[in-house]
Design a protein around this ligand. Sequence first.
Ligand SMILES: Cc1ncc(C[n+]2csc(CCOP(=O)(O)OP(=O)(O)O)c2C)c(N)n1
Length: 315
Amino acid sequence: MINYLNLYKVFFYLRYVEETISKKYSEGKMRCPTHLSIGQEAISAIFSCLVKKKDYTISMHRPHTHYLAKGGNLNALISELYGKANGCSKGRGGSMHLVDESVNFMGSTSILGNNIPIGIGLGLSSKTLKKNNITYIFLGDAAVEQGSFYESLNFAVVNNLKVIFICENNEFSVYSNLSLRQPKNRKIFQLAKSIGVNSNFSTGKKLEDIYKKMKNAIDYVNKNKKPYFLEIKTSRWIEHCGPNDDSGLGYRSLNKLRLWKKNDFLISLKKKLNTKSNITKKIENKIKSKVLKAFKFAEKSKFPKIQDLLTNVYE
Ligand SMILES: Cc1ncc(C[n+]2csc(CCOP(=O)(O)OP(=O)(O)O)c2C)c(N)n1
């Protein structure tokens, strides 16, 4: 059963963090390329309600909401974006390279498809060490076009790894629609199935459907000790990389975008919860204050020292 109040808390938190980054980005203090998940938060919010602390997660170039949903520290995320020494990757990684082993968030990477075999390795290590946890691998629809995707799914299925692939299908690889990149009638989740990984698909239009399918995936993996692939449709509301609206560029259907925005879960959740009183207001104020404090904290924090330039790097 979905706890809608908890879901709203996470959802609002993720949206507000991403929107605040977007608002502050033009100040020029966050100097890393930044891919925001505004419009795609439902997947992370539901993931946050279902994932366990012991589970591993590995993400890609759009990782903020995955990190926070896994229990990542907000101050550590924002400091990382500001390049500060107390960032989760010590100010070395920026937006795309987050890592925080304290919450089993094992990394995120800018190289498309690169996180998939790393997740498989984590799954293999869990099996070898009998850790009894799940590894979640987040990927977009374009990562399916990388060779590592096929090798990894094959390895996971042959070795019975407890891995869940969560494919956030927003239909775009930067400006290229899926229809230009993959055969017309191919369904990504069926492709995974054809390799031997049990799979399912959510239209992403109903929170309950995403929740049910993610929960089923977890139950399947725990019961069968095998991998699972879940494809969820979603929509990125702003530009691929950066804080701005890009609806004037003409590469995507504005009608489709409008429909996704009309179906904003934040609004429907709020309506559902505020039947008697405005209970979401208090929650929102608390979250806003926490988020704004994190930005102040990051701004005041120190940059890494020049003498630390060569620590934690391969020479
Ligand atoms: C190996 C490699 N090729 C190309 C790129 C450039 N690139 C960065 S993000 C991206 C598209 C990613 O699309 P998708 O995986 O669907 O995720 P989304 O950005 O839509 O969330 C591309 C082609 C890259 N980072 N790595």
